[in-house]
Ligand binder design. Structure first.
Ligand code: DCP
Length: 225
């Protein structure tokens, strides 16, 4: 009974936190934009502009141009900026975040490690930081929205949006990232899934995807009741 009370109290003082995950180009930003209409949801888009301008350095661009040289620098910075979002105080009852420290570690760092783009010592340092942060900082996730897509669809979207840094990303990269997301969030065979997962068919185009968003709205909005 006393324990239940403590849990209820600590839950009251922090927002219900939802992270939005899925492959590059799957529509995370569009999903977040849909929820901008609620002024009691704190919506945190991915800090990609910071990754493109860390004191004047385009770390995202460096990472794609010379991944062996820059993956460690880039992923270290991603980890910091994600931590800043996880720990950002808000008075809103719900926090909706694009990506998380988890997908950075379990999908991107994992892929770079497997591909030899991150050396074993570099990957070990990122992982030591990651484990320490999980143990010692208030990274709370209550729900994961998984925008599930096929690599062919997101490849086409990525090419269409024409982000300069992503110009030379091959479809194989998206296939492997997709596989890691699938193992982590769908089959739940990779690492640890920190919260329940709601899956959305993100292959649908913009005209019909809102219906899919509506399906997961109650999961998020119930927390505002
Ligand atoms: N990225 C990365 N490592 C991470 C996170 C992101 O290398 N830990 C890269 C992949 C993309 C860019 O950053 O080139 C942005 O990727 P996201 O999938 O996070 O964001 P999108 O803008 O593609 O999201 P969406 O199109 O779903 O809105």
């Amino acid at each position: 009974m006393a324990n239940n009370l403590i849990c209820a109290e600590s839950r009251k003082s922090r927002p219900f936190t939802v992270i939005v995950e899925g492959n590059i180009g799957c529509g995370k930003t569009t999903f977040l934009n849909y929820f901008q209409k609620y002024n009691n949801i704190c919506v945190l888009s991915e800090p990609i502009e910071l990754w493109r301008d860390c004191r004047g350095h385009n770390l995202l661009g460096h990472m794609y141009e010379d991944p062996k040289k820059w993956s460690f620098t880039f992923q270290s910075y991603v980890q910091l900026t994600m931590l800043q979002h996880h720990t950002l105080p808000t008075n809103c009852p719900v926090k909706l975040m694009e990506r998380s420290i988890y997908s950075a570690r379990y999908c991107f760092v994992e892929k770079m490690k497997r591909d030899g783009l991150l050396s074993k010592p570099s990957a070990a340092v990122i992982d030591q930081w990651f484990q320490w942060l999980l143990q010692n900082t208030p990274i709370n996730v209550d729900l994961i929205v998984y925008l599930r897509s096929s690599p062919e669809v997101v490849y086409e979207r990525m090419m269409k949006r024409n982000r300069s840094e992503e110009k030379s990303v091959p479809i194989e990269y998206l296939e492997q990232l997709n596989e890691l997301h699938e193992q982590w969030l769908y089959h739940k065979t990779l690492y640890h899934c920190p919260a329940p997962v709601v899956t959305i068919d993100a292959n649908l185009d913009i005209s019909s995807i809102e219906e899919e968003y509506e399906k997961c709205e109650p999961h998020i909005l119930n927390k505002l009741a």
